[in-house]
Design a binder for this molecule. Structure first.
Ligand SMILES: [Zn+2]
Length: 471
């Protein structure tokens, strides 16, 4: 039974100001927001909280003391989008929330797609590729686990023709390290991603074999050397390592393990002679069985499915995307995190036949690229809040308790090229925000803060401040 479907563009209104006071007092996250410590509250004083204080004062003057009067004080009014952002306007919520302090947060971003111009720009920066991610690194580092799609090899010393040579000491030479259509990145991009807090990369995508079989091998070597996990490809050889990765995070003294399974619709016509890339459709049965097996394991708390799929530049998923996404949730996936179309596709809640709640994000768009249209420069940091399942039969597992998104864009002007949070980017980015709010539920939008689940959606983080630091 599919849940809320958020398909049509322009369905969501653009929220330009704080919504009016309104309660949804049963949401545990919102309730928890009220329990914020006093110094937190003081730190986040905003226009909205001023309104809330006035409302509170009015309610006191009116003499109300009952629950209704307490609710009319409405310090929640700006939290989580306030207003009637429930089913009618597509706010995605889950049956059971959780206290923010109990959540394990997974962050996911889209394509790391480094065209020639991006590689050349990084070459001019003292901190290389890290300069691309620096303005949002606090936001990705804040998650317990962060995911990105590495759209291309990071194969040291492999030329466009697949030959081995001495690696150049530059980040781009258009022979070993190059952009479209046969990408290959200097492996230092992996250190930059690691430094920005990323833990696991999707390596199954249509550019996975841009440096052929040897490039896929060397990419895996480089990813492991950087201390990162990966999913969807494997090295040649007889050992047949698993297609999935397992990331670990410690919470309340307990190690939580999240499994990641990636796949791609294809490899741009380059033959996969050694069976190094998991194909979402040709290998569908294997992918679904892997999800089922992972979901059954006592030592795995949640399963994330990361398909690289869909039609480029299309905002609507294909029927086969929908079918596979639903099947993955039914098989036991907690979430489906899609990439490839370079633009936003819908985010949906999907309730499995056994009652489990899943989330499907069909396409996260580009995290960084040199694609220049508005839609291809508008993206998000997708945030999933996971909490322990209290049900006896779900003992040890993590369930979805919260979904949010932080709007981001690629600044590509005046010689600067970097990913920025739109909240911190000034007026130039506002039309990107409007675009995103037409494709994503505005009520799930979160401020640009690594304190993801506690921030007031109308708080200071939403002020349109320019970055003070130039990158
Ligand atoms: Zn792709």
């Amino acid at each position: 039974m599919p849940g809320q479907r958020l398909r049509s563009p322009h369905r969501f209104p653009v929220i330009r100001r704080c919504p009016p006071a309104r309660l949804s007092g049963t949401d545990p996250i919102m309730v928890a927001l009220f329990r914020r410590r006093a110094h937190d509250a003081a730190r986040h004083v905003s226009r909205c909280s001023l309104v809330a204080v006035i409302l509170f004062a009015v309610s006191l003057l009116g003499g109300g003391t009952g629950p209704a009067a307490a609710q009319s004080a409405a310090p929640q009014s700006c939290a989580g989008g306030g207003k009637d952002m429930t089913s009618a306007e597509g706010r995605i919520a889950f049956r059971d929330g959780a206290d923010p302090s109990d959540l394990i947060t997974v962050a996911a971003v889209g394509d790391v797609l480094l065209h020639d111009a991006v590689q050349k720009f990084a070459m001019t920066r003292p901190d290389g590729f890290a300069s691309l991610f620096h303005p949002v690194a606090d936001l990705t580092r804040g998650a317990d686990i962060a995911f990105a799609n590495l759209e291309g090899p990071a194969a040291a010393g492999i030329t466009k023709t697949g030959r081995t040579t001495a690696p150049p000491d530059r980040l781009w030479d258009d022979w070993v390290y190059s952009g479209y259509p046969m990408f290959n990145y200097h492996p230092s991009v992996l250190d930059a991603l690691k430094g920005a807090g990323f833990d696991v990369l999707l390596t199954a995508n249509n550019h996975a074999l841009d440096r052929y079989a040897v490039g896929a091998d060397r990419t895996i070597d480089a990813i492991e050397a950087a201390g990162l996990n990966f999913t969807g490809t494997r090295k040649r050889g007889g050992s047949e390592p698993p297609w999935y990765a397992v990331t670990e995070t410690m919470k309340d003294g307990k190690t939580r393990r999240i499994a990641w399974l990636g796949c791609t619709y294809g490899t741009n016509g380059l033959p996969d002679r050694h069976g190094q890339v998991l194909n979402c459709y040709r290998d569908k049965a294997r992918a679904l069985e892997t999800i089922r097996a992972l979901a059954r394991r006592d030592d795995i708390d949640a399963v994330m499915f990361a398909p690289h799929w869909g039609a480029e530049y299309e905002h609507e998923p294909e029927p086969r995307q929908r079918a596979l996404a639903g099947a993955a949730i039914e098989a036991g996936a907690t979430a489906v995190i899609g990439t490839h179309p370079h633009v936003m596709q819908p985010v949906e809640r999907h309730v499995a036949r056994d009652g489990r709640e899943g989330l499907i994000a069909y396409s996260l768009g580009n995290f960084v690229s040199n694609q220049i249209s508005l839609a291809r420069r508008s993206s998000l940091i997708l945030l999933l809040g996971l909490a322990p399942d209290s049900k006896p039969d779900g003992a040890g597992k993590l369930r979805l308790a919260a979904f949010g998104w932080i709007p981001i864009w690629v600044r590509n002007e005046d010689g600067r090229m970097q990913v920025e949070a739109i909240d911190r980017a000034g007026p130039a980015a506002q039309r990107h925000l409007e675009h995103l709010q037409a494709h994503l539920p505005p009520a799930n939008r979160l401020p640009a803060s690594p304190d993801y689940w506690r921030q007031n959606a109308c708080g200071p983080a939403h002020r349109q401040d320019r970055l003070t630091e130039e990158y």
